[in-house]
Design a protein around this ligand. Structure first.
Ligand code: OXD
Ligand code: MN
Length: 568
């Protein structure tokens, strides 16, 4: 018996449908409307859905890696034996009286040697409809199960206390149960593309990262490619599809998107090639507007989207959320399916702060034409970003590979609503991968160092923070389209067009080399309190020690160099 049959005899669905074409997906979309009370929106191709009120974000506490070894900080481990027993218990009869859907799919361009394939079995039509946007249906995956990543998902009883997402990295299997939230259940996404793929990358010499991929068309370096890691809900999608201000557009600048969330990185002939394994976006809705991300708004208008936990304007049958820059609708359905007439704004928010839009990548008006080039894209710059009101300048460049890896490991960011828990608290988020590590962080850092040391051409490393505030709590940087000014400096550094000012934490722009908007103050953007930095180094020391024996010595060396420099 193969693994799929074994699973089916455990979960016991009443019937099984192989979803090997998009017509079947359309029928399931119909079912979401007829059986689940979701809405078809005015464009006729997009739908609106809502969720269980406690199933609105990724659940880090419920996510596990099955391993017989302790894997260190940020990884919940469960022994393989216990995990197998738990899977049996949680999935036993979980699909009774339900239909099971088998979805074969490919990640990455199907004609690329970098591609990987997966099969997901689920009892949730919502999952199928979303996966058909984010992944490409690929019936060939069913021919041979070798090296195929298998995802097993059941909404079961939706008992939130029994929510689990369990990964067997060596066996290429993921089990997700008692949840229907995208990041927990779209097994091609975080589970496969990050957790399983980064484990495979470690074994095979490549990297799977929580990064966007974008091109900048510009007069300095033709076809410039950068990849950028930012924690969840910190602006990856906005940066990936940045709309440049007129002043830049008139001078031939634009940003074109390759991917907004996941990047697979392959060293090849001494260079770095990257692909986006996904076929769509799963972006945060609140705050998105014609002003903040006009390209994403245009992508929604192209249809075939799934809006989850937004509000709906019932007169226009259009989605609505806080920050959309449209008045609160007269007749509104809230994210929890409550209909209100002329709602009192104080009763809001009406959309959940982590409400999402699932969008086909081909809807993106600024999609790079050869986004799915089977050979991938050559990387010029790597950016790490975070959300911090203090302690990090708006941009700096790392002075060396070791320092870059040190600062990436020590990345910290304020918590957002993309994960369950209290929003705003500063927490370590190494490489913006904290929720997605599947093997010890120290080994992960060593793997990065070994991949980058093998290169003949090194990309440059930069760190950005669009969220720095002044002493009155006001943002010091306007963000969004204006971020192109920072990217311009990054390109100039990559092209060796400008020198830089060295500080105790790295290189920052010389005032005359960066085109700052008139409303900003150079010193506010770049100044960091040396005493606070020193405290942070002490705290980093504790973090490094927690990595234990797997923490590479390079990080300790950078740590003591930074400390000496400060003291001198
Ligand atoms: C996402 C996330 O959905 O990081 O991309 O949570
Ligand atoms: Mn993400």
């Amino acid at each position: 018996m193969n693994k799929l049959d074994e699973f089916l005899s455990l979960a016991r669905p009443s019937s099984v449908l192989i979803v090997d074409d998009y017509l079947k997906v359309e029928k399931l979309k119909e079912r979401l409307i007829s059986d689940y009370g979701f809405l078809r929106l005015a464009d006729q191709t997009s739908i609106w859905c809502y969720s269980h009120p406690q199933d609105v974000a990724r659940s880090e506490e419920a996510t596990f890696i099955a391993s017989d070894f302790a894997l260190g900080p940020y990884i919940n481990t469960i022994s393989k034996f216990e995990a197998r027993n738990l899977v049996k218990e949680l999935f036993k009869g979980s699909m009774e009286n339900k239909e099971a859907y088998i979805v074969p799919y490919v990640m990455g361009p199907s004609n690329s040697k970098f591609k990987r394939v997966g099969i997901t079995i689920t009892d949730s039509p919502y999952v199928v409809v979303n996966m058909a946007i984010l992944n490409k249906i690929y019936p060939d995956a069913l021919k041979n199960f070798d090296n195929v990543v298998l995802g097993f998902h059941s909404t079961a009883s939706m008992d939130m206390k029994k929510k689990r997402v369990i990964h067997f990295t060596e066996d290429l299997e993921v089990y997700s149960v008692n949840t229907n939230y995208g990041g927990n259940v779209l097994t091609g996404k975080k589970c496969f593309s990050l957790r399983i793929a980064s484990y495979l990358g470690k074994m095979e010499g490549w990297l799977a990262e929580h990064m966007l991929i974008s091109k900048i068309i510009n007069p300095i370096i033709n076809d410039f490619t950068f990849i950028a890691a930012l924690p969840s809900a910190c602006g990856k999608t906005n940066l990936a599809m940045l709309a440049v201000p007129l002043e830049y557009a008139d001078r031939g600048w634009s940003v074109e998107t390759v991917g907004d969330d996941i990047c697979w990185i392959f060293p090849k002939d001494g260079q770095l090639r990257v692909i986006n394994p996904e076929y769509g976006f799963f972006g945060v809705a609140p705050g998105t507007s014609k002003r903040t991300n006009p390209h994403f708004m245009e992508a929604f208008e192209a249809g075939n989207c799934v809006f989850t936990n937004t509000a709906v304007d019932l007169d226009k049958l259009e989605p609505w959320w806080e920050g959309i820059d449209k008045p609160i609708p007269r007749r509104l359905r809230t994210w929890q399916n409550l209909d209100l007439i002329e709602p009192n704004p104080e009763l809001g928010p009406f959309a959940h702060s982590n409400s999402r839009v699932t969008v086909p990548i081909t809807n993106c008006p600024c999609l790079y034409k050869q986004w799915d080039n089977p050979n991938g894209h050559l990387v010029h710059a790597i950016i790490f970003g975070c959300r911090r009101h203090s302690g990090m300048p708006v941009v700096f460049q790392a002075r060396s590979l070791d320092e870059a890896i040190y600062f990436a490991t020590m990345l910290k960011s304020e918590r957002t609503s993309a994960q369950e828990g209290v929003v705003g608290a500063l927490r370590h988020d190494p490489f913006a991968m904290r929720p997605f590590f599947s093997y010890p962080i120290g080994e992960y850092v060593s793997h990065w160092l070994s991949v980058f040391r093998s290169l003949k051409e090194q990309p440059l490393f930069f760190f950005v923070n669009w969220f720095k505030k002044d002493s009155n709590g006001q943002f010091v940087w306007p963000g969004f389209g204006e971020n192109i000014r920072i990217l311009e400096w990054i390109i100039k550094r990559c092209a060796c067009r400008v020198s830089a000012r060295e500080t105790f934490y790295g290189y920052i722009p010389c005032e005359e080399d960066i085109n700052l908007p008139p409303s900003t103050s150079y010193s506010q953007l770049f100044e960091i309190d040396p005493e606070a930095f020193e405290d942070e180094l002490d705290e980093n020391q504790v973090f490094l020690e927690a990595l234990g024996s797997s923490g590479p010595n390079e990080l300790l060396r950078v740590q003591s160099y930074l400390k000496d420099q400060l003291q001198n």
